[in-house]
Design a protein around this ligand. Structure first.
Ligand SMILES: [Cu+2]
Length: 290
């Protein structure tokens, strides 16, 4: 059998090609996901893949909540449909005048309370898990400024540097995603518990790297703590996600998780490059004179 005007041979050929394309789809998808793993991509569904234990836990809680939410939604929808069908004016012309039912009221108060308690247990566990790690292996201090980030490495020789967004032209040259690439990325060793201390010099910013599961407010005059341990090497992008002024969307975050050897190499180089770093002061002066 063939479609009108299409020879059977070509139909078979088309079916074969379609089957091949379908079989190849999972591999293609996996490759795409890998290539775009640590940043948003067009038509993305769901969240960026987890890269740290904290994000693994966040995903686990999220998946658990999706099940609970789905069951509740289906239950309420079922009740609504039942009422609409069974008790509409046509089938049920004389409505009940009952206003109280003690048993029903106790049940519909207690059941939601129990559900919330059931959710609160893993939720509080996660809060404590992500708030601080008792055994950090190194510390990086992160400071938000209008509108860039700066990073300090007290354990590796106390150097610091500023991290500014790249221009579109530079992003293209360096093959970095637009509005996410920076000139000096934060570099950390993979498999290491990194404590980050987050603060700000001007207004409230927020250091947010989705794949790390870290979103920490940067508040002037206050130091907030978070931690991460990247499980695999990669480049992880994030952004300030606290509306902090006109250039709020232009203070991206780029974290590079590298091997211990590469980190040692980078540290040695960074110590030389950033030791007499007064970029920050120059930038502040430039901002003030504007
Ligand atoms: Cu900001």
């Amino acid at each position: 059998m063939s479609m009108v005007g299409v020879p059977a041979g070509r139909m078979a050929d088309f079916a074969r090609r379609a089957a091949r394309a379908l079989l190849g789809l999972p591999a293609l998808l996996a490759a795409t996901l890998r290539a775009w793993a640590e940043q948003p991509y067009d038509w993305q569904l769901g969240m960026q893949p987890a890269a740290t234990p904290v994000r693994d836990h966040i995903d686990a809680l999220h998946n658990e909540l999706v099940v609970i939410i789905t069951l509740i939604t289906l239950f309420v929808m079922g009740l609504l449909l039942y009422v609409i069908v069974r008790f509409n004016a046509k089938r049920h012309p004389a409505p009940s005048r009952a206003t109280h039912n003690t048993l029903l009221e106790v049940v519909w108060t207690m059941v939601p309370v129990l559900i919330l308690v059931f959710i609160a247990v893993p939720s509080f566990k996660l809060l404590y898990f992500e708030s601080a790690n008792a055994h950090p292996q190194m510390t990086v201090k992160i400071t938000g400024h209008q509108w860039y980030w700066s990073y300090e490495y007290p354990d590796q020789g106390d150097f610091s540097f500023d991290s500014n967004m790249l221009s579109d032209a530079q992003d293209q040259k360096d093959d970095k995603p637009r509005l996410l690439g920076v000139d000096n990325p934060m570099v950390v060793p993979v498999g290491t518990v990194v404590r980050v201390l987050v603060t700000s010099t001007d207004v409230i910013h927020s250091w947010f790297v989705p794949s790390a599961g870290v979103q920490e407010y940067a508040v002037p005059g206050r130091v907030n703590e978070a931690w991460f341990k990247f499980e695999r090497p990669g480049v992880y992008y994030g952004q300030c996600n606290q509306i902090c002024g006109i250039n709020h969307p232009f203070m991206p975050i780029e974290v590079r998780a590298v091997s211990a050897a590469d980190f040692a190499k980078w540290t040695a180089d960074a110590k030389k490059r950033y030791s007499s770093n007064d970029d920050g002061m120059l930038k502040l002066a430039a901002d003030a004179s504007r």
